[in-house]
Design a protein around this ligand. Structure first.
Ligand code: THU
Length: 160
């Protein structure tokens, strides 16, 4: 037996002004996208803005349902929309913002495991690293690849 250590690098910003102009725009659009949230059950509004490799930006927001599991997170709304409408364009950067009852959360919006799994397959499908930006009012984090936020991913389908 040998012990292994897994570590990742990521960027942390104290304010959005520290980010590149492109990422500042994506953060603003993720916050704006929260307006499309349908969340009468949780009152938690999540907005997502995805920049594709060709510069196209699309937005999504969480959609809830009285039959709770039928709802969908903002990240998967936008990733599946991209897959359906831009199947040949790689997903490049996804910004995510969450608000609790209309107030932007202090801690960065951390995507759920199911969304990370979909991000991982999106990244693999396009052979292009999918960066994620987790927006919070106190700090913002940027990760360079889904490999860093979902290590040792389930990969049995061997999609090449
Ligand atoms: N939600 C997202 O949209 N993204 C996540 O990564 C986590 C949770 C949504 C689902 C539900 O509508 C609400 O937030 C509360 O869980």
């Amino acid at each position: 037996m040998s012990k292994k250590r897994f570590s990742i690098d990521y960027e942390e910003f104290a304010s959005v002004q520290e980010m590149s102009p492109e990422d500042q725009q994506l953060v603003a659009l993720a916050i704006e996208a929260q307006k499309g949230s349908y969340s009468p059950y949780s009152h938690f509004q999540v907005g997502a803005a995805l920049r594709l490799e060709d510069g196209t930006i699309i937005k999504g927001a969480n959609q809830e349902n009285a039959a709770y599991p039928s709802g969908l997170c903002a990240e998967r709304v936008v990733l599946f929309y991209a897959g359906a409408n831009y199947p040949d364009v790689a997903a490049d950067t996804l910004a995510i913002a969450g608000s609790d009852k209309g107030v932007l959360c202090e801690s960065p919006a951390s995507p759920c495991g199911a969304c990370r799994q979909v991000m991982a397959e999106t990244q693999k499908r396009h052979r292009h690293p999918l960066k994620t930006i987790w927006v919070g009012s106190k700090r913002i984090r940027k990760f360079y690849s889904v490999d860093d936020i979902l290590p040792f991913i389930f990969d049995s389908l061997k999609v090449e």
